[in-house]
Design a protein around this ligand. Structure first.
Ligand SMILES: Cc1cc2nc3c(=O)[nH]c(=O)nc-3n(C[C@H](O)[C@H](O)[C@H](O)COP(=O)(O)OP(=O)(O)OC[C@H]3O[C@@H](n4cnc5c(N)ncnc54)[C@H](O)[C@@H]3O)c2cc1C
Length: 706
């Protein structure tokens, strides 16, 4: 097993569970919270865990909202010098010989960069892979939207970069809430990713000598970001997708597009399959394998408005969570500083303006409150280039959490620009004067076009208006060094796991992590698990499979049966407002408590008043969305509890009660240098297991970008 957890975990596994993997008994899983009429603030004194105790702490630690379980630890990362750990793990891992691989099967949910790279690599290695995605083509996964670039410690610029520096920047950027071993491995593997992608033909930008070009992203002082104009995700995904298609053609990968995973099958304590709904016919199917990989992306859409693709959701990981997989740091959300501001209530989507623009754009607001003159009428000495002023060392390239909060602060002080005062300027006039418009067009042309199409303003002539928006989640399913969750045989990669980014991800590091996981890490670590095969056959006759299918059917039927008055989207929008207001850029004890009770009320209203039109036997997007929103309610509640319990500020999690005299985030390493890994109980009181974090290589200190 890749993790150690104390008795609470053992004891909370109900004797009557047929899944064996978690705290949720079979009856409870069907009659989960959506069935259980949990009244707001209703107390469940017995909780779900024999060994769980109420936490002790100063202030409001949300003791009435959760229970504390035994600590958890990652037991897979080897000791010894950090630069040798990955080699050591690979050497110690068991291998599967090529002839035996053909007898072993893996299900992969997701075909974004993390899932497509894993499926292609495992297919090429000879395993039998079955892949799922809900889009009509694997190539439409959300990864295709990634704009700015992918990091790698190649040091092509000879500007002092190294694997160690990428490791250091990432640990520091994550505000000391990530694991050193994982981050070091990520930095090591980053170098190989670029070679792999170049070999696939990914058209990275090149500089005049023909070598690959680099630019800078926030939180670093070197240029290590490889890019393909503003379409890096698209180009990388075409590479991974081509590799995947090759395996599909070769028969080693069976692809099911337009299939949504709605339940995990945990048989005899191991992840052995999934239940999916064919989104075109409505048919419910079960699929089995020796191991399951979730590469299902992030859940930023819990906020309703985000830069994520409209379909991004939490269902795959949440269903696994309900079956026993711990969910780590759910409240760690990345709010990206450079997005097009919200322009009205009719909006269902926000648009990112890539962080790469901060290489050449300068961010400012008028010095005077309420100065609503045209930006070109505001002279240099009437402008406040606040990032350059407050953080002279990093200037416009401070990390995202810092830039976002600074934008919020200047807008809160009445100096924001545009409608409602919720915007700041991102101005390219200096760069255009220095480099000429053609050079700016060559670097960012598609982003400028996009901005113009959406706002009707020409950013070559007037500064862009930007404001922070939800963009990425650092939280996700807890995994060990092998990327295995707390359910044996369930691996989680890409944005879906709680990842290597701590409390704040540095720009251009998500693509790096997704591809590191899929091309390089998982193919090694999953072999160690599969080497224990052949595994006992599991099919539809197994009680765990029958139970999972019944859970899916009962949920679909129930959603269709409510027949209320409100649309799914109206519930989602309201949930999003609650999340943004109380669990967004700034969180307070009072606000988070309000949010928990409002979410509980909303959830109850949803299950009694939602209107899902159509039937379950057809293409039914309302039904699809309803299922996702139902899971967002449960996730949103957990996010707020997680944020309430973490009584410190760190990275993307800013608690107003915990700031220094300059208004900067104030961590409390003595109490909170841990990963918060949550166990599902279904009774309104999740159980918190803490994984202590230790720093041997990077000294833990307050971040300073000044
Ligand atoms: C606008 C934007 C720009 C970005 N730019 C950058 C950038 O420049 N650099 C960078 O490093 N990062 C960037 N990011 C972040 C990065 O794009 C994502 O973190 C990353 O692409 C996630 O990849 P993934 O493979 O983990 O998930 P995704 O690409 O989200 O793929 C998820 C897959 O899972 C499938 N799936 C999900 N749930 C189910 C289910 N229940 N059943 C079946 N299938 C399911 C989907 O169909 C999809 O195939 C950006 C993000 C946004 C929003």
């Amino acid at each position: 097993m890749g993790f150690e957890i104390g008795d609470a975990k053992k004891d909370t596994t109900n004797a009557d569970t047929t899944t064996g993997g978690g705290a949720q008994g079979s009856g409870d899983a069907i009659n989960g919270p959506e069935h259980s009429n949990v009244a707001p603030n209703e107390d469940h004194p017995t909780g779900g865990s024999i060994n769980a105790t109420s936490p002790i702490g100063s202030g409001d630690s949300g003791e009435d909202l959760h229970l504390e379980g035994d600590p958890i630890a990652d037991t897979k990362a080897p000791g010894g010098p950090i630069e040798q750990r990955w080699d050591k793990r690979r050497f110690e891992a068991k291998l599967v010989n090529p002839a035996n691989r053909r007898k072993l099967s893996v299900i992969i949910v997701g075909t974004g960069l993390a899932g497509a790279s894993a499926a292609a690599t495992l297919g090429e290695a000879g395993y039998k892979v079955t892949s799922f995605c809900y889009q009509d083509s694997p190539r439409r996964a959300h990864s295709i939207a990634a704009q700015g670039g992918i990091n790698a410690a190649k040091n092509y610029r000879n500007d002092g970069d190294s694997i160690y520096r990428l490791f250091y920047d990432t640990v520091k950027g994550g505000d000391f809430r990530s694991r050193e071993s994982n981050v070091y491995r990520l930095a090591q593997v980053s170098v190989e990713i670029i070679d792999q992608c170049v070999a696939q033909g990914v058209p990275f930008a090149r500089e005049y000598g023909g070598l690959l070009d680099n630019r800078s992203f926030g939180g670093v002082q070197v240029s290590r970001t490889f890019y393909a104009r503003g379409q890096t995700g698209q180009q990388l995904l075409i590479g991974a997708y081509s590799a995947l298609e090759r395996q599909i053609a070769a028969g080693s990968v069976i692809m099911h597009s337009r299939h949504e995973m709605l339940e995990l099958i945990v048989a005899d304590g191991k992840a052995r399959g999934v239940v999916v709904r064919d989104m075109v016919t409505g048919e419910i199917e079960s699929h089995f394998a020796d191991a399951v990989v979730l590469a299902s992306g992030g859940y930023g859409n819990v906020f309703f408005l985000s830069t994520n693709a409209m379909g991004c959701n939490v269902t795959a990981t949440w269903r696994a969570h309900r079956k026993g997989a711990l969910f780590a740091n759910p409240c760690f959300t990345q709010i990206h500083p450079t997005c097009i501001p919200v322009s009205g209530d009719y909006q269902s989507k926000l648009t990112l303006m890539s962080e790469s623009l901060r290489n050449d754009g300068r961010i400012w607001v008028p010095k005077e409150r309420g100065d609503d003159r045209h930006p070109r009428e505001i002279s240099e000495d009437e402008r406040d280039y606040y990032l350059e002023r407050i953080y002279p060392a990093f200037g416009n390239l401070v990390p995202r959490d810092i830039a976002s909060r600074a934008a919020k602060n200047v807008c809160d002080s009445g100096r924001g620009v545009g409608p409602g005062g919720l915007g700041v300027y991102l101005d390219f006039s200096d760069a255009i004067a220095r480099l000429g418009q053609p050079a700016i067009e060559a670097k960012y042309g598609n982003l400028f076009d996009m901005y113009k199409q959406i706002t009707g303003e020409n950013p070559y002539e007037v500064p862009m208006r930007i404001y922070p928006a939800v963009h990425y989640v650092m939280g996700g399913l807890w995994v060990d060094y092998d990327l295995q969750s707390t359910i044996p045989g369930l691996f989680v990669t890409g944005e879906a796991n709680f990842s290597d980014h701590g409390a704040n991800r540095l720009g251009a590091s998500a693509l790096m992590q997704g591809l590191a996981d899929g091309y390089f890490v998982l193919p090694n670590t999953i072999a160690d698990y599969l080497a224990a095969g052949p595994f006992e056959k599991v099919d539809d006759s197994h009680p765990a499979a029958a139970e999972a299918v019944a859970q899916v059917r009962s949920r679909v039927d129930r959603l269709l049966a409510v027949n209320g008055r409100r649309t799914v989207d109206s519930f989602h929008r309201e949930l999003g407002h609650v999340m943004w207001d109380f669990c967004g850029m700034e969180r307070t004890e009072e606000g988070l408590r309000k949010a928990v009770s409002r979410i509980r009320e909303l959830k109850a209203e949803f299950w009694s008043d939602v209107k899902v039109t159509g039937t379950g036997e057809e293409l039914n997007q309302t039904l699809e969305r309803a299922g996702r929103v139902a899971d967002f309610f449960e996730l949103g509640e957990l996010m707020c509890i997680d944020a309430l319990v973490r009584r410190e500020s760190c990275g993307g999690h800013f608690r107003a009660e915990s700031q220094d005299e300059d208004g900067e985030a104030l961590r409390h390493d003595d109490e909170f240098a841990h990963v918060s890994a949550w166990e599902f109980t279904g009774n309104g009181k999740p159980i918190l297991h803490k994984e202590e974090l230790h720093y041997e290589y990077v000294e833990m200190k307050s971040r300073s970008y000044k």
